[in-house]
Ligand binder design. Structure first.
Ligand code: SF4
Ligand code: SF4
Ligand code: SF4
Length: 140
C-alpha cells in the first residue's frame, strides 16, 4: 500500500525518485522503504493521522493531495483470524477506531462479532497493530 494521496500506481512509480523524504516527514513513522525502495505503509508501526506532511515533503509530487479526495480508496477488512469468530471475546479494534467504523453485533451463543462500516472507515490503520491475531488488513 502506497502513502496517502499517491498518484495511480504507474504514475507514482514514474514520479517517485525514492528520495525517502516522505518517510522522514511522517510523524507516526508508518512509511517504510518497500519493494524496490519505493515507499509503502506499514500499519504495524502505527496509524495515519492524515496530517499530509508526507505530501508536503514530496517534491516530485508523486503524492498529490486534491481537495475532497480521500487519502485511499481502500478500507479495513476483518479476516477469519478474528477471535470472536472462534468464540473468544475481543473488542480491541473497536476501542482504537476513532471513526467508530467498527461496531459489535450481539449474537446468541457467541461473542459479539465486529462489523465494519466501509462508509465510516477512513483506512487510518489504527485498528491493525492492536489486533492480537493480526486479523485486520486494508484492502480495496
Ligand atoms: S498523512 Fe501524515 S501520518 Fe499519514 S502517512 Fe503522511 S505523514 Fe504519515
Ligand atoms: S481486535 Fe482483532 S481479534 Fe479482536 S475483535 Fe477486532 S479483529 Fe477481532
Ligand atoms: S482503519 Fe481506522 S477508521 Fe477503519 S476501522 Fe480501522 S481504526 Fe476504524
Amino acid at each position: 500500500m502506497r502513502p496517502p494521496w499517491a498518484l495511480p500506481e504507474a504514475k507514482f512509480i514514474d514520479a517517485c525518485t525514492r528520495c525517502n523524504d516522505c518517510l522522514k516527514a511522517c510523524p507516526t513513522g508508518i512509511l517504510i522503504a518497500g519493494d524496490g525502495g519505493f515507499p509503502s505503509v506499514d500499519f504495524q508501526r502505527g496509524e495515519c493521522t492524515f496530517c499530509a506532511d508526507c505530501v508536503t515533503a514530496c517534491q516530485p509530487k508523486a503524492l498529490l493531495r486534491v481537495e475532497g479526495q480521500d487519502a485511499w480508496s481502500s478500507k479495513a477488512v476483518i479476516g477469519d483470524a478474528c477471535l470472536p469468530r472462534r468464540g473468544v471475546e475481543c473488542r480491541v479494534c473497536g476501542d482504537f477506531c476513532d471513526a467508530r467504523a467498527i461496531r459489535f453485533v450481539p449474537r446468541l451463543g457467541g461473542s459479539p462479532l465486529p462489523e465494519l462500516d466501509p462508509e465510516k472507515c477512513t483506512a487510518c490503520g489504527a485498528c491493525i497493530a492492536p489486533c492480537p491475531t493480526r486479523a485486520i488488513r486494508i484492502a480495496l
